[in-house]
Write a protein that binds this ligand. Structure first.
Ligand SMILES: Nc1ncnc2c1ncn2[C@@H]1O[C@H](COP(=O)(O)OP(=O)(O)O)[C@@H](O)[C@H]1O
Ligand SMILES: [Mg+2]
Length: 356
């Protein structure tokens, strides 16, 4: 598929400058790097890959002002590479942006609004997993004293904001072993995030990421990746907290590393792959996603969460999984573009058929 005009759509954080095409950056003498929330912006790597693939990528940033939204309608792109994770500083508004793209009728990569909604509400996602008999830790959800749901759960527990990602609100204090710690942490989540607290049974075990791509019956799982947390200090819980994920200067970051999972037996691998696929389809993810899994020592597989449109940097787990199956970065991007474009043509065909 060559020569598409592809708009790389992303949200601009308060502390960063917009991306500009490399030639324009050189012309402006703009060598200064903006401050970044993530270690690397995948949008720049995607831009480069799309160029190498013969497409014509360009950037468009949403900054919370409606004018940046209406500009999307006029951007004349064949496809939008949708990297939007929030709108106007609100992390739950990515679904609204996807719904807006649906209304505009511009094809875009990744999950639709329904999947973004289902995955973003971790407690709702867990209820759907339960319906499909997908194992997920027992849990309770509470908001300012009101209980939404509770299994009969036992310590140790982990307390998280019900609708954040990027390990926001997840640090050593999130794992609690007493009623006192539990109550304090629930209070912390309410105060800090004005959000319901999701209280889950803490699953001690290996941390496995399953990258999945495609849609419905044709979805496939890429080789499994493990985040090795075993070298973390014995006093700290073995979790992928914010430091582990993003803060390069911390011990936690330096002592942990993701790599293709080794020494998983065939049966366990098959079970993880099957579980990941079931979770991906249960929440209606499409094109590409990542399912976070914990593997208990006794071999039980638990889904922790499903991530639609995960981070696509070459150093992130999704690209690592593609690479482990012999697919290089540009090929991976080409496949995601192909999946989004194929959906578009299928939908056009379906509408044409329905109209006779
Ligand atoms: N129930 C749990 N048992 C063990 N570890 C957990 C559990 N829930 C979360 N974690 C740890 O915390 C990390 C972040 O939790 P997750 O729910 O995936 O949040 P985020 O959406 O911020 O990535 C996980 O990758 C895992 O290491
Ligand atoms: Mg996660």
């Amino acid at each position: 598929m060559d020569g598409l005009k592809i708009c790389i759509l992303y949200e601009l954080n308060e502390d960063e400058a917009p991306s500009v095409e490399p030639e324009r950056a050189a012309r402006n003498g703009n060598g200064r790097r903006p401050r970044r929330r993530k270690p690397v912006h995948d949008r720049d790597e995607i831009f480069e890959a799309l160029t190498r693939l013969g497409h014509q990528p360009f950037y468009h940033a949403l900054d919370g002002r409606p004018a940046t939204l209406t500009a999307v309608a006029k951007c004349d792109a064949d496809l939008i590479f949708n990297l939007v994770e929030s709108y106007g500083g609100n992390d739950t508004r990515d679904m609204n942006v996807a719904a807006y793209l649906d209304l505009l009728g511009i094809p875009y990569t990744g999950a639709g609004p329904h999947a973004l909604y289902l995955a973003q509400d971790k407690s709702l996602a867990k209820k759907i997993f339960a319906f499909h008999a997908i194992q997920t830790p027992f849990f309770a959800t509470s908001y300012r004293g009101r209980l939404d749901h509770a299994h009969d759960i036992s310590f140790p527990l982990i307390v998280k904001p019900a609708s954040e990602d990027g390990s926001i609100g997840i640090d050593a204090g999130a794992v609690v072993s007493s009623v006192k710690e539990l109550m304090e942490r629930i209070h912390y989540v309410h105060e800090q995030f004005n959000s319901p607290a999701l209280v889950e049974e803490y699953i001690e075990g290996r941390e496995i990421y399953a990258a999945v791509w495609g849609s419905c019956e044709s979805a496939e799982v890429l080789p499994l990746i493990e985040l090795d947390l075993s070298k973390l200090s014995k006093d700290a819980p073995r979790i992928a907290c914010r430091d582990v994920k993003f803060n390069k200067e911390t011990e936690a970051y330096k002592l942990t590393k993701s790599a293709p999972a080794e020494d998983l037996d065939e049966e366990t691998t098959a079970q993880i792959r099957e579980t990941a696929l079931a979770a991906y389809n249960a929440l209606k993810l499409r094109d590409y996603g990542r399912i976070d899994i914990r593997l208990k020592e006794d071999g039980q597989v638990y889904v922790i969460e499903a991530n639609p449109n995960p981070w696509l940097s070459a150093q992130a787990e999704f690209a690592m999984a593609a690479k482990a199956s012999g697919i290089n970065y540009a090929e991976m991007i080409a496949r995601i573009v192909g999946l989004a474009m194929a959906r578009e043509s299928t939908e056009i065909r379906a509408v044409a058929l329905a109209r006779g």
